[in-house]
Design a protein around this ligand. Structure first.
Ligand SMILES: [Ca+2]
Ligand SMILES: [Ca+2]
Ligand SMILES: [Ca+2]
Ligand SMILES: [Ca+2]
Length: 251
């Protein structure tokens, strides 16, 4: 008996008994992945999103000691056969790159008393700023003569949700291409600037952006019936719009 009592005290002194009883009796911490998250893309492929797991808590008042995020529940990033158990990011507020589209993520947390039983999930949505564009403003169909040495005017329209003046004309390009504005005709020899100006092309009372695309540079690309154009806003977010074109005569 003396031996048993001594053993119990020794275990308690080493923390082993508290550890066992905590696992059995305390409530697990609650993970809060927050969300849904939405951000505009800053490249054609994605954008950075600030996650916030600080709503997670331990009902016993313990500190949260670990945050483990799986940043895509459809991707098995640690190659163990399970797509929902990855630790892709840690910490309460990771700032992470997500692809364009919707991604489901999850968070589990560990407190000084235990581990989340159910992970909390959230949706992360990254998208372009979708804009209305009008190739050859006010005219249809939007015919392009591939032998023309001139330019194709394109209007980026201002709407209730979007101010076309926020677009940097020096970045206008085709979908998937670098935002180097190479497509836009330049004016001025010494310090060339893109041919772009603000005017109300659709007569709705707000200023739209008109740019002039170099027809020959446009013809360097394999264009079909749809022209997909993009640009960056001055604060670095991707805008995207499409319009139909008809190339006549055919090359
Ligand atoms: Ca995963
Ligand atoms: Ca995995
Ligand atoms: Ca048109
Ligand atoms: Ca307008």
């Amino acid at each position: 008996m003396a031996d048993a009592g001594l053993k119990l005290r020794t275990l308690r002194d080493r923390g082993a008994i508290e550890l066992v009883s905590d696992r059995v009796f305390v409530d697990p911490p609650i993970a809060d992945a927050d969300g849904p998250y939405f951000e505009y893309a800053t490249t054609w492929s994605g954008g950075f999103v600030q996650l916030d797991g600080t709503g997670s808590y331990d009902p016993n008042g313990g500190a949260i000691t670990e945050y483990e995020w799986d940043l895509d529940l459809s991707v098995d990033s640690d190659y163990d056969g399970d797509p929902v158990n990855d630790v892709d990011a840690t910490g309460p507020t990771p700032f992470e790159l997500f692809p364009v589209g919707q991604t489901e993520i999850s968070l589990i947390v560990t407190s000084e008393y235990g581990l989340t039983i159910e992970p909390d999930t959230a949706i992360v949505d990254v998208d372009y700023i979708h804009v209305e564009i009008d190739i050859k403003p006010g005219r249809y169909p939007n015919t392009i003569n591939p032998r023309s040495r001139g330019a194709v005017p394109v209007a980026f329209l201002t709407t209730a949700d979007f101010d076309a003046a926020t677009i940097d004309p020096a970045t206008i390009t085709l979908y998937g291409e670098d935002f180097d504005g190479d497509l836009v005709k330049q004016r001025g020899k010494k310090n060339p600037v893109p041919m772009a100006n603000l005017e109300d092309v659709d007569g709705d009372g707000d200023l739209d952006l008109i740019v002039h695309l170099d027809t020959q540079k446009l013809m360097d690309y394999e264009l079909e019936d749809t022209c997909e154009l993009g640009a960056l806003t001055y604060d670095g977010f991707v805008v995207f719009g499409t319009d139909t074109i008809r190339i006549v005569p055919k090359k």
